[in-house]
Each structure stands twice: as structure tokens, then as C-alpha cells.
Design a protein around this ligand. Sequence first.
Ligand code: MG
Length: 159
Amino acid sequence: MRVGTGWDLHRLGSGRTLILGGVVIPSEKGEIAHSDGDVLVHAIIDALLGALAKGDIGSHFPDSDPRYKDISSIRLLKQVLEQDLPPYRIENLDTTIIVQRPKLREHIDAIRANLAKTLHLELDRVSVKAKTAETILGELGSGDAIIAQASVLISEIPC
Ligand code: MG
């Protein structure tokens, strides 16, 4: 078994779409990024690459590469699952999103379901939690930034 952790932060800006775990969340602001900015999927990719000791998202998908402009981060995650993960499989995933607004409670089930489908996992192996920044933490507290954290456990598939 191997464990990995991932962390990501993006600024939030008007005129961008907020995407979390591949799900579009109604919001005044969205992640500012080269890709679609899905901060949650970026943290998950880093957790997987971390568990595999295969570098990080920036080394696999450089934001200087025009191929990744506005790309769906779910597509990048699928590439890691197909090309980097074998011969391992995911046992479980636990994540936390920290954002002042919008409130994510009503969207958590849709995010979990989409991640479970993408990762080919049962729903009870996928956890998504959300917290606010209690309005105190600078750009995070003012709703101008978003953070995601992910932990993943992977195990080698017996041959
Ligand atoms: Mg990112």
C-alpha cells in the first residue's frame, strides 16, 4: 500500500466557471487557471502522483503547454489513471475544499458521484468535505481564492 497527499490553490475571478470534481457549481466567480482550473481534481492528481512517487501535476501537464489550455481536468485525471496508476488501484480518497462561497453542501453528493464514476470506485470510498475560511484568511476569507486537499490510499493489484 502507498499513501499520497495533494494540495492546490487557485484565485477566483469573475467570468470564470467554478468547476469542482468535474461538476459545474453555480457561482459568481470561478477558478482562474490555464486549464479549467478544477482545484479539487488538481489536488487528487497530485495525491495520486505523490503516492506513486511520480512527480506532480506541473511536471506531467505543464501550464506553459498550449495543449492544456482550458482542458478538462477530469481528462488529465483519466490520463493518470490509465497511464500512471497501474499496477496499483485506489482504495479510498478523502478530500477537503476550503472556500468562502458559494456554500457547497448541496453540491457535495454530485461531486462525490462524479469522482466515484471517474475513478471507478464505490461511493463509500470517495469523501468530499467542504469548509469556509471563516472570513478571516485574506483572499480565501474574502472569497477570492479556493483551496483543495486530497489524500489517497493505493494498493498493488495482486497478480
Ligand atoms: Mg491547479
